[in-house]
Design a protein around this ligand. Structure first.
Ligand code: NDP
Length: 446
């Protein structure tokens, strides 16, 4: 049977764009459909604008610290609209670069929603097109709790476009997004409170790092309310919100932000009619090659809820296109994947935590370095960094690395190579320190 396209990709985010480009590079005739803007969560309302806001927000501390380094800083003020608009302009630039990539590779772009109407058939703008392979790369969206008045809250989707910053913000959640946005908003002068349903911040992360972030954030002025689960939100006539929680406690705020996880975008695509049984959270089940149970249908990225990280979606999309059209079979290794929380200060981690290593390996060695970075000492900033290495006691191999402190994500990316390569602590120790740096701590831990 002759198809209109070799490959039809639904969703022009990180995974979809990479997969399209690679498939086209292998000579496939490719189309991509996007109902919003090319670039997906990462570019439009995630990693990119978030990181730029983190950088922008950090000037609040840098300008303060500069005085101890001899600088006289005049009257300073911050204009949210300037930062917001410059960030949004950059988002538009990067989205344009993604579109150019698609154009140069002759990928036909449909700027509309696509649905799967029959096997090997996609409907776009009422038109039916056929494809030998179809990829679902529709990503995920912020979860909003199903409670009365939840619609009065916003999510990370809206935060980048705020007309103005609120005086007070309550963030519900204690994961990646909650801690990143808490840091940004606090640095920009918003009075921030996190409400956490349990007593645990950053579940899954090394406990001592999470405790350190809690201590530093509290010291800075971010407030935490533990064991508080919202049950109802009311909006008053003056526009203020009141959040009522399960234990009878309530809180008033100007802005409520939900950061309670993300939900795969799998509804309304026609998957159920094809017999695809979604996971309870809506994720599309796939095998290690990103194939579904149907030979012509595939899925990558957040919609499959393996690891909700951009570089993972990119690799999954790349490997899939190589396998389908390039005769190059390889699989994405979902182990030892580094990730970071861009809080103030940031955390970064790769591999097993101390607890996981003890459970899985039986015996593990843990090395820590707890120090105050030079800059913080001179600035009189009482913020300590914490680095932790975890090794398998039997082999001496590094199995995990965890850090909190300035530039932790930058430092950890390089260290992740050593962990992934299975280097030993001895090999780290044989490397001469680069002095004076924070990263030298990694080769000086005894
Ligand atoms: P996370 O899974 O990181 O955190 C969700 C938080 O919300 C947890 O504290 C969780 O508590 C809490 N929670 C869940 N449901 C409820 C509820 N009904 N009521 C109250 N609290 C609730 O989700 P995020 O939304 O922060 O981020 C989603 C994913 O996106 C991340 O897991 C990550 O993969 C990705 N991401 C990555 C980033 C990066 O790489 N820097 C940045 C942002 C997102 P509990 O611990 O009790 O479950």
């Amino acid at each position: 049977m002759a198809f209109d396209f070799d490959y039809f990709v639904i969703g022009a985010g990180s995974g979809g764009v990479r997969s399209s480009r690679i498939a086209a590079g292998h000579g496939a005739k490719v189309a991509i459909a996007e109902e919003f803007r090319v670039g997906g969560t990462c570019v439009i309302r995630g990693c990119v604008p978030k990181k730029l806001l983190v950088i922008g927000a950090h000037f609040a501390e840098d300008l303060e610290d500069a005085r101890r380094f001899g600088w006289t800083i005049g009257e300073k003020s911050f204009d949210w609209a300037t930062l917001r608009d410059n960030v949004l302009d950059d988002v538009t630039r990067i989205s344009g670069a993604y579109q150019s990539t698609l154009d140069t590779h002759q990928v036909e772009t449909f700027r509309t929603r696509a649905t799967i109407s029959a096997p090997n058939e996609v409907t776009v703008d009422g038109r039916k097109v056929t494809a030998k392979h179809v990829l679902v790369a529709t990503g995920a969206r912020p979860l909003v709790p199903d409670i009365p008045g939840a619609e009065f809250g916003i999510t990370s989707n809206e935060v980048f476009n705020l007309p103005e910053l609120p005086k007070r913000a309550v963030i519900c959640g204690a994961g990646y997004i909650a801690n990143e946005l808490a840091g940004i908003l606090h640095e920009l002068g918003v009075d921030v409170t996190l409400i956490v349903r349990s007593d645990t911040l950053l579940r899954g992360w090394d406990r001592s790092l999470a405790d350190r972030l809690l201590a530093i954030s509290t010291e800075k002025g971010i407030q935490f309310r533990f064991n508080m689960k919202p049950e109802r939100v009311e909006k008053r006539e003056d526009g203020k919100l009141e959040i009522f929680c399960a234990n009878g406690r309530s809180m008033e705020t100007d802005m409520l932000l939900w950061a309670v996880g993300r939900q795969p975008n799998s509804e309304g695509l026609g998957l159920e009619a094809l017999g695809i049984e979604l996971k309870p959270n809506g994720a599309i089940p796939v095998d290690a090659d990103s194939h579904t149970s149907l030979p012509w249908l595939h899925a990558v990225g957040d919609v499959t809820d393996r690891l909700q990280l951009t570089p993972i979606a990119i690799r999954e999309g790349h490997a899939l296109a190589d396998g389908l059209f390039g005769d190059k079979h390889w699989q994405v290794d979902h182990s030892m994947v580094p990730s970071a929380v861009f809080s103030h200060p940031p955390l970064a981690s790769v591999g097993m935590t101390e607890g996981e290593a003890r459970n899985k390996l039986g015996d593990a060695c843990v090395y820590t370095s707890d120090f105050r970075p030079m800059k913080n000492v001179l600035a009189g900033r009482n913020e300590r960094s914490l680095y932790k290495l975890v090794t398998d006691r039997a082999t001496g191999r590094l199995v995990g690395a965890h850090m909190i402190g300035p530039d932790a994500p930058e430092i950890l990316q390089a260290l992740a190579i050593a962990v992934k390569a299975g280097l030993t602590k001895e090999q780290l120790d044989s490397t001469v320190a680069l002095h004076p740096t924070m990263a030298e701590e990694l080769v000086l831990m005894r």
